[in-house]
Design a protein around this ligand. Sequence first.
Ligand SMILES: Cc1cc2nc3c(=O)[nH]c(=O)nc-3n(C[C@H](O)[C@H](O)[C@H](O)COP(=O)(O)O)c2cc1C
Length: 187
Amino acid sequence: MTRIGIIVGSIADASINRQVANVLPGLVADDDVEFTFLEFKDLPFYDYAHDADYPPVAREWKQAIEDVDGVIIVTPEYSRSIPGVLKNALDWAARPWGQGSFGGKPVAIMGASIGAAGTAAAQQHLRAILGHYDAPTMGQPETFFQYRADNFGADGTLQDEAAAAVLGGFVNAAVAHVKKHALVAVA
Ligand SMILES: Cc1cc2nc3c(=O)[nH]c(=O)nc-3n(C[C@H](O)[C@H](O)[C@H](O)COP(=O)(O)O)c2cc1C
């Protein structure tokens, strides 16, 4: 069983990226994959004074990342970068020095916005961060998903074939990427 963690870069209750992330597991053809959402909204701001003794919530965050074979990050773009809350969560994961949680961990990234080119700048910044962590990051397909509310039903299900093809293409490639690069033996 391959374990994949999904991180949503937004903490907004009405997050469109959360809505998109929620449909990804249902688009996977491979039934040997288990998805878990990795949540960071309860993390305080990172400060290196914590390095000597991480608070439990930060230990749990790092452990949750370390317990999966790979990660999918679905992030919005805020001010032409990733949201501050996601950067804060990544900083917690990166430390203490020498104990980063992302080293060698395969990651696939995508993002949703209302605009056609939205999240392209954020995804480039995220690639730079993940490169610094030595996390093998999927190159293709780049997925800058244009969100339309009418593509989703009231129950959150995806109702649009073209959108399903784009998101299915991304998530199935992400699964293959994780399986190819997973450090942990797949049981
Ligand atoms: C502070 C802020 C900055 C934003 N900056 C961008 C941006 O640079 N590029 C973009 O495509 N959308 C930008 N947006 C619009 C977001 O794409 C939109 O709010 C989207 O719903 C955010 O995703 P979320 O609902 O998953 O949080 C911004 C929104 C906020 C609140």
